[in-house]
Design a protein around this ligand. Structure first.
Ligand code: HEC
Ligand code: HEC
Length: 211
């Protein structure tokens, strides 16, 4: 009797875990490509190299970061989305977790066509802040988390290198005003709070040219 219960218990433990695994399964990259071509392409291009500076480049970004953003754009059970952007909240409404995971992997595997820096006068300011921060204002070096060349650290810190300056500038301002508040432990809000408009402009431009 005891033996049967033990076996039943073991079976349920084994097979619940297995079922959970099977439910998410292998990411369907073919389906992701179709969604990218039919939906995301309108703004981000099918390969994630968005042609418009207001829409971020997704190509080459870390899959974990992309997945986190997609999940947080999606408003669940009547609660407001953790990252509240009207367009992307709408875009994620019809996606399930498996779609989001597959889309994140799909875009991470595309090759980035990076943007470029355009403001010569701000380059030194941007470079200094990126590498050293600003001791007087208590701003840490961006390179400390996002990497010396802005490549990011998968699963923790997003890639920034080559992103459009316009998008980066908007995100830094959104972190500063707390309109964007999905950064773990307020990491980016604390930093952006100390950045001046000029420093934000310089950083955004420098980042666009980072390789
Ligand atoms: C109508 C235009 C539009 C469409 C279509 C669209 N997006 Fe977006 N997407 C945006 C904009 C604008 C932003 C920037 C949002 C912000 O400022 O927070 C964005 C942001 C994102 C981000 C965050 C990137 C980052 O670096 O944090 C991801 C991920 C993303 N989109 C994925 C997708 C996927 C996947 C699809 C297709 C299912 C899609 N988007 C369709 C306009 C669009
Ligand atoms: C302590 C670590 C840390 C430091 C230092 C740091 N960041 Fe970040 N940053 C993060 C994390 C974590 C995120 C991802 C937030 C999320 O999950 O949405 C992020 C996100 C960002 C984003 C949004 C990227 C996107 O695709 O939307 C920008 C832009 C950014 N950081 C710029 C900077 C700049 C500029 C500096 C230097 C002034 C800096 N960061 C310093 C941790 C850091």
């Amino acid at each position: 009797m005891i033996r049967t219960t033990a076996i039943a218990l073991l079976a349920s433990v084994c097979c619940n875990a297995f079922a959970a695994d099977a439910a998410s399964g292998k990411p369907d990259l073919e389906k992701a490509r179709k969604i990218a071509e039919s939906v995301c392409a309108a703004c981000h291009a099918a390969d994630g190299n968005s042609p418009t500076p207001a829409n971020p480049i997704l190509a080459g970004q870390g899959a974990d970061y992309l997945f986190k953003q997609l999940k947080e754009f999606k408003a669940e059970e009547g609660k407001p989305a953790l990252r509240n952007n009207a367009i992307m909240v709408g875009m994620t409404a019809a996606l399930n977790t498996d779609d989001m995971r597959a889309l994140a992997i799909y875009f991470s595997q595309q090759k980035i066509k990076p943007s470029a820096a355009s403001n010569e006068k701000l380059v030194e300011t941007g470079k200094h802040l990126w590498r050293k921060g600003d001791f007087d204002r208590g701003i840490p070096a961006c390179a400390g988390c996002h990497g010396p060349a802005g490549a990011g650290l998968p699963a923790q810190y997003p890639r920034l290198a080559g992103q459009y300056a316009e998008y980066t500038e908007l995100q830094l301002k959104n972190f500063r005003s707390e309109e964007r508040s999905n950064d773990p432990e307020r990491m980016m809000r604390t930093i952006a709070d100390k950045l001046s408009d000029k420093q934000i402009k310089a950083l955004a431009d420098y980042i666009a040219g980072l390789r």
